[in-house]
Design a protein around this ligand. Structure first.
Ligand SMILES: NC(=O)c1ccc[n+]([C@@H]2O[C@H](COP(=O)([O-])OP(=O)(O)OC[C@H]3O[C@@H](n4cnc5c(N)ncnc54)[C@H](OP(=O)(O)O)[C@@H]3O)[C@@H](O)[C@H]2O)c1
Length: 184
């Protein structure tokens, strides 16, 4: 079943999860993957661009978790996996909003993990390095050194398969052989 929702709009998010819970009898897994990247110096960043990044990457995750938690508590457990970024711990120029959103997401994930672990809800965040998608307007041609989206998906599937006594709560994944700077 597909349900469309803009994660920046709480009423749409809540409606989508309520529909999924009604259709399947509950919700077991939430993967927060939606994200946007705007890469420009702070001096040139518009107020709308700032809000777009923070509202999608950080507030959107709060909205989805907030809407899903009552369903998971009713089921007696679940998994929430947030797709963050290595940019959340390694800030770089022209990415202030993006780095701030992912750094905030890391802290949000850690706090939530501690809040709900005794309800049987496991929270983890995955921090990929460069992934070969069109994210932020990046070109995919000539970027085969980057991670594939499948590599990140494999981490998510592995997390879901962990025994219920264990909680791998933070995973970093990066390209094995990035170009050496100056030798691209
Ligand atoms: N690519 C990288 O190098 C990289 C590295 C580290 C982390 N990440 C993270 O990985 C995640 C996926 O990115 P990607 O590389 O796969 O980029 P992508 O191809 O641009 O995918 C982004 C996804 O987010 C969805 N989205 C954006 N705004 C949304 C909104 N307001 N409501 C609902 N959905 C929304 C998009 O849906 P539509 O297509 O419908 O717009 C799209 O499916 C992001 O959180 C990103 O920060 C990416």
């Amino acid at each position: 079943m597909a349900q469309q929702a803009d994660v920046r709009k709480y009423d749409e998010v809540e409606r989508a999860f309520d529909a999924a819970a009604a259709r399947f009898g509950g919700i077991d897994i939430l993967i927060n993957n939606a994200g946007v990247g705007v890469f420009t110096p702070v001096a040139h960043m518009s107020v709308d661009q700032w809000h777009d990044v923070i509202d999608t990457n950080l507030t959107g995750v709060f909205y989805c978790c907030r809407a899903v938690l009552p369903h998971m508590k009713k089921r007696g457990g679940g998994w929430i996996i947030n797709i963050s970024s290595l940019a959340g711990k390694n800030a770089f120029p022209e990415a202030a909003a993006y780095c701030a959103s992912k750094s905030g997401l890391n802290a949000f994930s850690e706090a939530l993990m501690q809040e709900v672990r005794h309800d049987g809800i496991r929270v983890a965040y995955v921090m990929p390095g460069s992934v070969n998608t069109n994210f932020g307007g990046h070109q995919t041609a000539g970027a085969e050194w980057k991670l594939s989206p499948d590599d990140v998906a494999e981490v998510v599937v592995d997390l879901l398969g962990h025994p219920s006594r264990s909680l791998p709560s933070r995973v970093e994944i990066r390209p094995a052989k990035p170009p050496i700077s100056g030798k691209r």
